[in-house]
Design a protein around this ligand. Sequence first.
Ligand SMILES: [Zn+2]
Length: 181
Amino acid sequence: MGTRGFVGIKRKGKIGGKYNHYDSYYSRLGKEVVDVYFKNKFLPYLEEKDEEYDENAEFLYDGLFCEYAYVYDEDNDRLEIYRGFFNKPQVFSKGHIGNEEELYTHLIFIVDKKIHSKKDVLKAFEENEKANDDSFKEGTKPEQYPERKVINICDYCFKIIPVGKMYCSKECERNAMVREI
Ligand SMILES: [Zn+2]
């Protein structure tokens, strides 16, 4: 069985894209997408992909089956990295419909080639692989983002921020606390 995922594009805030059936994890599809992103060849890459284009990106929000997703933010020339299988919704999550145990896709980190190198991204991928080896086996993946030790975003508003902080501002920290309650 393949590791399913999604490769898409965000235009004016709206995401559309294509389903990917096999090897969607970081070390395979992730590396491939990062490579075309840094070569400015994401658009032809997505076009060539042999799946139907879904303008509503439904599979992206299916946190049970969509294990990894890569979305090119065309307006900002950035690459967004997502993972599924989270127990709690994130701000943008729609969750999986028709499943007792709802699982969600989260935005993990955002790559900006004006700030980050390809090496940074691969290092962020490795942090995830190191952290999740055991929890995958147990089926209890923790609600955390080890990738953010290398490339960090605000946990509330998703702005790119320096490593080590959780929020970009006091305001985001307060908003996040309200959200928890
Ligand atoms: Zn923020």
